[in-house]
Design a protein around this ligand. Structure first.
Ligand SMILES: [Fe+2]
Length: 375
């Protein structure tokens, strides 16, 4: 008999306007708000949220793919301040930065060094961290409900990950209205991340009936919403579907972790500056075809829950999304030649992710995936 378990302690509020729940949660608390410059403007202009800026400390320096230097600099800036909670407002980068800062902040006034936290997470994170209230403003990473924080060592071109059960935010407040103003490119690169993460948790050794159900629903939502948003960025029902897809994909990977597409994507992002969602989606069709060939039942729940007529129809849907979003073209614009892609292949198999993949990972398999994806 196969056993399975499920653990995710993050409380979730989802729905249009639900950001108002934040206000009652934070009453009387001293807050550290972590966001980007764009996020700051969005908070300032928001009728419900603008009041949180008063009397609280704001970090608005987050950029995409946050680096070690940002974390170190901000820790120096806040070293003499005390907080009761963090607010993470923005895309995955803002939420991951808030998690990294919370990892280093000690409520007794001593700060941990970010590199030590990354090297020895158990030593520094087995304690009560400051609670994080996460408000995603993009529909993509699902970081609001995961235990992961991705930080980049830009000097050495390396992705650094922290994964620990104490990094789950205390509460995720997922309000689709916050995503209405996301511009064209991030709407689709984050949407591709949500779609890819859902598939990653399906072709995954750690999947459970619960994670399969959530990922299947996320895939159905994404396949419906992405073409609608491409036609009309102002389609609020499609924004709702994508916000839900992103949340469900985060919940799925919080149980299964990601797999081979994410493993391959990280050196592509750090070496060629390909957006995370595009870099993950770049190999998705090739991986899906291989999974289907070796394990025809792998997609049966996605097909059942979403009423697709066959696995081939599902592959057609994936192909259609990748085509209309020009994933291969966008990736190849930055990875100029196949030799460029193959030159970083030895960095693409990280055991923490590739070991979750349902098929045996070999160099031959990797080369086939890279060749099929690039040609
Ligand atoms: Fe991702």
């Amino acid at each position: 008999m196969k056993y399975w378990n499920h653990f995710n302690p993050t409380k979730i509020a989802f729905g249009n306007g639900c950001r108002r729940f934040l206000i009652e949660k934070i009453s009387g608390k001293k807050l550290l708000i972590v966001t980007s410059n764009r996020g700051k403007m969005q908070i300032m202009q928001d009728q419900i949220l603008s009041q949180i800026l008063k009397d609280n400390y704001l970090i608005d320096s987050v950029t995409s793919n946050p680096g070690l230097d940002l974390i170190r600099e901000e820790l120096v800036n806040i070293k003499d301040l005390n907080f009761d909670a963090l607010i993470a407002f923005g895309g995955g980068s803002s939420i991951d930065t808030a998690k990294a800062l919370a990892s280093c902040l000690n409520t007794k006034g001593l700060n941990f060094d970010i590199e030590n936290v990354i090297k020895e997470p158990k030593k520094s994170l087995n304690r009560n961290l400051l609670p994080i209230y996460a408000l995603p403003t993009t529909a993509g990473t699902g970081s609001e409900v995961t235990q992961f924080s991705t930080i980049w060592d830009k000097k050495n071109k390396k992705k650094l990950s922290i994964s620990h059960k104490n990094l789950f935010p205390k509460m995720a407040i997922v309000d689709p209205e916050l995503t209405y103003s996301v511009p064209f490119d991030p709407t689709f690169s984050t949407g591709l991340d949500a779609l890819n993460q859902s598939f990653e948790s399906i072709w995954n050794k750690n999947k459970t009936p619960f994670s399969i159900f959530m990922a299947s629903k996320a895939i159905g939502n994404s396949i419906e919403a992405i073409p609608r948003l491409l036609n009309n960025l102002g389609d609020v029902q499609a924004r709702y579907l994508m916000a839900e897809a992103s949340l469900l994909s985060g919940l799925s990977i919080s149980q299964t972790f990601t797999a081979i597409c994410h493993s391959i994507s990280y050196p592509i992002t750090i070496n060629y500056e390909v957006d995370h969602g595009i870099a993950c989606a770049f190999t998705m069709k090739s991986v899906a075809k291989k999974v289907l060939a070796e394990n025809p039942d792998c997609f049966k729940e996605i097909i059942f829950y979403n009423k697709f007529s066959s696995p081939e129809k599902l592959l057609e849907e994936i192909d259609y999304i990748l085509e209309i979003l020009q994933v291969r073209k966008k990736a190849k614009k930055l990875i100029k030649t196949k030799d460029n892609l193959l030159s970083i292949s030895n960095e693409m198999i990280t055991p923490s992710r590739s070991k979750n993949f349902i098929l045996p990972v070999s160099n031959k398999l990797l080369m086939e995936i890279l060749n099929e994806s690039y040609d």
